[in-house]
Write a protein that binds this ligand. Structure first.
Ligand code: ZN
Length: 357
């Protein structure tokens, strides 16, 4: 059984055909067209190509940066594609492929979160929260083995948690949103501000940016932090502190057993994660009297979104059972197997006894 996963990013559309074990069979990549109708046509053409080269495709899942309505078909808003306002993306693609297979749309952070849950760092967790620290801050909640989407498809918009009264201006129109303090963009802002305040300590960062404070980029901050540069480490500590505080706030609401942190900034590993973990405990209510959630780095790689949305499409369309149901079956089967093997052992023992007698 094959599903086509499509990941529409700001600059490229990545697509892949996956089997039900989440192995990739074939992949495609093209630049993202500038109009919504050209994107629809691009998806339909990849589907045709996949059918010709691989055979029957059972479902199409589309992961898109933006807000997806509760129907999992309509884009309600996207910062990347201006005409994606109330845009029937799944319906339009369905028309182009003559309704041959079900098409679902999912928000990119949710898709990546589901990918991490089924075949990445979140495997085996009951309640998992994914936080993707990229240009902005994305979130996904998986509760009791299901992706939680809320009543209107807007759950887990962690990036726009109002954290700081009258804080930094956010692209969403509000001030003080979490992603203004936890993102690659925030990392650059913290680093630039630090170099402005203490230029004598900012030699390494200035060297990397060609002497221009405004040209300091996230990758330069990561590189300098790995070398032990004090200002770069300070910028990561700021992000880590906010990340820890946000996780403690999420734990107060959802009490998950696992956080998976993804996105470009986690490439520095423990430099970020150590501060994030210690601040999570610092702000966690009754920390000494409760179990602590695991805080892990994402491990499913760049394909997590494609894998996740392809799997969601198969489950949504009924080609695969829900994840929670399949886990339950697996548990029952393994229990049965254990019971059967015990019975066999007893039988064998009896036989042995009989033979001795
Ligand atoms: Zn915002």
């Amino acid at each position: 059984m094959y599903a086509l996963g499509i990941d529409i990013g700001g600059t490229k559309i990545a697509s892949g055909v996956f089997n039900e074990k989440h192995q990739i069979i074939q992949r495609w990549q093209v630049p993202t067209p500038s109009t919504a109708t050209a994107i629809d046509a691009q998806i339909a053409s990849v589907y045709r190509e996949a059918c010709e080269q691989i055979g029957k495709i059972s479902a199409i899942g589309i992961s898109a940066a933006g807000n997806v309505a509760a129907d999992r078909k309509t884009m309600t808003f996207s910062a990347n594609i201006p005409s994606w306002v109330g845009y029937p993306l799944a319906h339009n693609v369905s028309e182009l492929i003559h309704h041959e297979v079900p098409v679902i749309v999912e928000n990119d952070a949710n898709s990546a979160g589901w990918g991490e849950y089924i075949c990445g760092a979140g495997q085996g967790s009951q309640n998992m929260v994914m936080l993707t620290v990229g240009t902005g801050l994305g979130g996904a909640f998986i509760l009791n083995g299901s992706l939680y989407r809320g009543s209107y498809g807007m759950a887990a918009e962690v990036g726009h948690l109002p954290m700081v009264p009258d804080g930094e201006q956010c692209g969403c129109g509000l001030r003080g949103c979490a992603e203004k303090y936890i993102s690659g963009t925030a990392l650059e802002r913290f680093a630039r501000a630090a170099v402005r305040r203490r230029p004598q300590m900012g030699k390494r960062l200035l060297e990397l940016s060609g002497g221009d404070i405004d040209a300091i980029r996230g990758q330069m901050v990561s590189m300098a932090a790995k070398e032990g540069d004090a200002l770069a480490l300070y910028a990561f500590n700021k992000i880590g502190e906010w990340l820890g505080r946000t996780m403690a706030a999420i734990s107060a609401m959802l009490d998950p057993d696992c956080y998976v942190i993804g996105g470009g900034v986690v490439s520095v590993g423990d430099i970020l994660m150590k501060t994030a973990r210690s601040n999570y405990l610092r702000f966690l209510e009754a920390a000494a009297y409760r179990p602590h959630a695991k805080i892990l780095i994402a491990s499913a790689g760049n394909d997590a979104g494609m894998i996740g949305v392809a799997d969601l499409a198969l489950r949504e369309s009924g080609e695969l059972p829900s994840f929670a149901a399949s886990q339950k079956d697996e548990k029952e089967n393994s229990k049965k197997e254990k019971a059967d093997s015990k019975k066999d052992e007893k039988k064998a023992d009896k036989k042995k006894k009989h033979n001795k007698d």
